[in-house]
Design a protein around this ligand. Structure first.
Ligand code: GLU
Length: 448
């Protein structure tokens, strides 16, 4: 039987040709909310879904900068302001060669529901550039950030749109972007960017918030299914900011991380990745080479597997923390064959839709990224409120808020899936819980 949402998936396909990542997330979200849409005929009448899949605004701009050899370089910058029903646009900036409108739109669309799930007043957006920070000097990164902000500053503001980091954008880049924003506007609007360094209005705890939140979420998933996180073996992918925070909280919770990966292959360390080994993720990241192989030279007893993904390693819990579409059907089959029961997404959309389906059909509990990794953006919203009240918060206060937010996201997602599907399905539940909030606010604001 044809579903109501299929009509809107077709519209998205027609309007966004050659952008499969965006279509993938539209299919995923709209697929989940069919029973909600059936129950609310007013959504159809008010064009709610047609509005939802169309960004409110998307800009693309030229970014011209000069490299260390005096050569002029040109990149393309973007900001997709997707939905402002719940608050000012909010979402990260990604600097990576793979960035193009399909990636910006998938991230911006996901961000709407993720941000809604936090329960905080933030709309959804994403931006970035096809600039590759790997191998660039510090001065080059600074000049690029300044050139990027020279256009972006017109479109953002503490009550308009508040960018933050994502792949390739962390404290250093946010600092350079902020410096240029301040120079152009002559305003110390600390609330215009989040993920700032603490010395200039950043929030204690924001750096580790995404990874910590993921582990809190995974723990709720396990507990809801009668298991404990302590003592479990874990495999992750990536070694960037999200992977690092995840690894750190896993050790604090007494779980045993035994493998992680980079674009060059994966590392197996059966002794467990704790202490200085977790800190070594930062060294790998700061090397600018984007490889994990040096870990095996540094820590005897560990082994590097070139060109392979870590999903064949047997574990109790898998947490992909690298990037989109890291886990395909063949990997989902390995994960199921390993006898795993828990899979929690850390990166944005790390799993293809067919791989998610295979995992769920085979009894694996899946924690979706938009719920599990919402701790980062939630702490960004807390950073905005710290900046607005001009009073610094302390780390323990932030951790307590983060823990509470992650529990609420888990419980609200579980309750929504019970209500509409009669079962514990966090993928469907997160989509429904996020969607219902946005839908209510959108329709309350008239047909805009
Ligand atoms: N890029 C992060 C995310 O995917 C953080 C966004 C933010 O803090 O605004 O949620």
């Amino acid at each position: 039987m044809a579903r109501i949402v299929d009509k809107y998936i077709e519209i998205a396909k027609r309007r966004n040709p050659g952008e499969p990542e965006f279509i993938q997330t539209v299919e995923e979200v709209l697929g989940s909310i069919e029973p909600v849409v059936q129950q609310h005929p007013e959504y159809e009448k008010s064009g709610l879904l047609a509005r939802l899949i169309e960004p409110e605004r998307g800009i693309s701009f030229r970014v011209t900068w000069v490299d260390d050899n005096g050569q002029v370089q040109v990149n393309r910058g973007y900001r997709y302001q997707f939905n402002s029903a719940l608050g000012p646009y909010k979402g990260g900036l990604r600097f990576a060669p793979s960035v193009y409108p399909g990636i910006m739109k998938f991230l911006g669309f996901e961000q709407i529901f993720k941000n809604a799930l936090t329960g905080l007043p933030i709309g959804g957006a994403k931006g970035g550039s096809d600039f590759d920070p790997n191998g660039k000097s510090d001065a080059e990164v600074m000049r690029f950030c300044q050139a990027f902000m020279t256009e972006l500053y017109r479109h953002i503001g503490p009550e308009i749109d508040v960018p933050a980091g994502d792949l390739g954008v962390a404290g250093r880049e946010i600092g350079y972007l902020y410096g240029q924003y301040k120079r152009l506007t002559t305003r110390f609007d600390s609330g215009v960017l989040t993920g700032k360094q603490i010395v200039m209005g950043g929030l204690p705890g924001r750096t580790e918030a995404t990874g910590y939140g993921i582990v809190f979420f995974a723990e709720h998933m396990l507990q809801a299914n009668g298991e404990e996180l302590a003592g479990k073996t874990v495999v992750i992918s990536g070694f960037g900011n999200v992977a690092w925070g995840t690894a750190d909280m896993l050790q604090k919770k007494g779980a045993k991380l035994i493998a992680f990966s980079g674009p060059d292959g994966y590392i197996l360390d059966e002794a467990g990745i704790t202490g200085e080994k977790v800190d070594y993720f930062l060294t790998l990241r700061n090397s600018g080479k984007n490889i994990c192989a040096p870990y095996a030279d540094k820590f005897p007893g560990s082994k590097f597997f070139p060109g392979e993904k870590p999903w064949g390693v047997k574990a109790d819990l898998y947490i992909p923390c690298a990037t989109q579409n890291d886990v395909h059907l063949e990997h989902a089959k390995q994960i199921v064959a390993n006898g795993c029961k828990f899979y929690c997404e850390g990166a944005n959309m790390p799993t293809t839709n067919e791989a998610v389906k295979y995992l769920q059909d085979n009894g694996v509990i899946v924690g979706p990224a938009k719920a599990a990794n919402a701790g980062g953006v939630a702490c960004s919203a807390i950073e905005m409120s710290q900046n607005a009240r001009k009073m610094p918060m302390d780390r323990e206060e932030v951790y307590a808020m983060l823990a509470k937010i992650m529990k609420n996201i888990h419980d609200n997602s579980a309750a929504a899936s019970q209500e509409f599907y009669g079962k514990y399905d966090l993928v469907a539940g997160a989509n429904i819980a996020g969607f219902l909030k946005v839908a209510e606010a959108m329709n309350a604001q008239g047909y805009v």
